[in-house]
Design a protein around this ligand. Structure first.
Ligand code: NAD
Length: 430
């Protein structure tokens, strides 16, 4: 039977807890979300009817700062999912040393079935319903699955209307004309690239001799594939929901991206048009992509792609999780027994939330940074935390994932202890 996302996330926490001693108070607090809200959102549809949608916002922990996390629009959104995503955000923000706690939100909806006007009314209605639960110093929203900068713009505008003051700091991932940051759109991939490059150098992997397969050719996957190819790595396979393509000599990523702009799938890319003869290629399935004999595998599509059913067939030496939760905890054990090093989502894809933090800082200061400034700050922070996680893994002899959780837990524990715990008060009285 497959585990709930929150139960699966907790397995990683329990593994890390074997190696850190945190106060009993901190442990008790981290087991439960601090606050969850469920709301019903009435939306007037284009045909005049009224439809009610279910929405959620969860603030898992805010010891280190206001909650921070995206809003997901998807038919499968439910409270359990939102709570587990908020739990992940808590650890991601602590790992990156951002002054934020973890939060997440969502609406149970298939946004593709709504008109643009209905989508706007739904997004504004969601803010109406949760306005007292969020704020620039309380809980800050961002885009996630099927939400984008246009929706973030509506949300920030609606919050500002309710509060009767312009409040750009309540939402990140906004259009730049409304206070969005330069570099936010490519931040996840750029951050992942810095981490991958830093870690592979430790294994003396020379880019030109390193083969890479990327699952998922969307915002994150296509950009990270291009950055790696530009740096000299051999990106030999990419895929989207329709299938993948493979060439042992390496693929021409910019051409594939150009092709994707005008056509729906990557598999068609070498079959017609001018890029047809650039390299020899094979059309492969997604399952084949995951099990290719490559040095590096990058899941950048969906959760639960590597499970106990296919983990045994994975041949890559290193996996970098650009997607959230692409590997289940039961697959973790199989990969570890095969000597495969897995670098976790809470570090690898944290470039997005890091530039969201930069956006929030810029909104509060009213002073906006150049793209170079954003990327330089992102680089420093991603490399610093990748190095710290690596050092913990080496010193303690644990997997990079467990090292990431240990690093984050230590920071959460410190913050909780500083606010006062039983140990703290007992020490005062002894
Ligand atoms: P996206 O929708 O732009 O792209 C997803 C890609 O995956 C598409 O190319 C889609 O065709 C492909 N895909 C879907 N099902 C697939 C399958 N079964 N096999 C192979 N490919 C498949 O999404 P995105 O923004 O690139 O996000 C991808 C992942 O990265 C998600 O897990 C997301 O949570 C995570 N992530 C993204 C960001 C960000 O800033 N974009 C930040 C943090 C985490």
């Amino acid at each position: 039977m497959s585990m709930s996302l929150l139960a699966d996330a907790n397995v990683r926490l329990e593994e890390a807890l074997k190696y850190v001693s945190i106060s009993e108070d901190a442990f008790s607090r981290l087991k439960y979300p601090k606050a969850s809200i469920s709301v019903s959102i009435p939306v007037r549809m284009d045909d005049g009817s009224l439809k009610i949608f279910q929405g959620y916002r969860v603030r898992y922990d805010d010891t280190r700062g206001p909650g921070k996390g995206g809003v997901r629009y998807h038919p499968s959104v439910c409270l359990d999912e939102v709570q587990s995503l908020a739990f992940w955000m808590t650890f991601k923000c602590a790992l990156l040393n951002l002054p934020f706690g973890g939060a997440k939100g969502g609406i149970t909806v298939n946004p593709k079935e709504l008109s643009k006007a209905e989508l706007e009314r739904l997004s504004r209605g969601y803010i109406e319903a949760i306005a007292d639960f969020i704020g620039p110093d309380i809980d800050i929203l961002a885009p996630d699955v099927y939400t984008n900068e246009m929706i973030m713009g509506w949300m920030m505008d609606q919050y500002s209307i309710i509060r009767r003051r312009i409040s750009p700091g309540v939402v990140t991932g906004k259009p730049q004309t409304m206070g969005g940051s330069k570099g936010r759109d490519t931040a996840t991939a750029t951050g992942a690239y810095y981490v991958i490059n830093t870690i592979l150098a430790k294994y003396n992997q020379i880019p030109e001799k390193t083969s890479i397969a990327v699952q998922g050719f969307g915002n994150a996957g296509a950009e990270v594939a291009e950055l790696l190819a530009k740096a000299g790595y051999k990106v030999v396979a990419v895929s989207d929901s329709q299938g993948g393509i493979y060439s042992s000599q390496g693929l021409d990523i910019p051409s594939i991206r150009q092709y994707k702009k005008n056509h729906p799938t990557v598999t068609g890319v070498y079959c017609k048009d001018s890029v047809c003869n650039i390299v020899e290629h094979e059309v492969i399935t997604n399952e084949q992509l995951l099990t290719l004999d490559v040095d590096v595998l990058i899941p950048a599509a969906l959760e639960k792609q590597i499970t106990e059913d296919n983990a045994d067939k994975i041949k890559a030496k290193y996996i970098f999780e650009v997607a959230n939760g692409p590997i289940t905890s039961s697959a973790d054990k199989i990969l570890e027994s095969k000597g495969i090093s897995v670098f976790p989502d809470i570090l690898v894809n944290a470039g997005g939330v890091t530039v969201s933090y930069f956006e929030w800082v810029q909104n509060r200061n009213g002073l906006y940074w150049s793209l170079t400034e954003v990327q330089e700050r992102l680089k420093v922070r991603m490399i610093e935390e990748a190095e710290a996680m690596w050092d913990i893994a080496q010193k303690m002899g644990v997997s990079p994932r467990t090292a990431g959780y240990i690093h984050a837990l230590n920071r959460l524990n410190e913050a909780m202890s500083a606010k006062g715990t039983r140990d703290y008060y007992q020490a005062q009285h002894s």
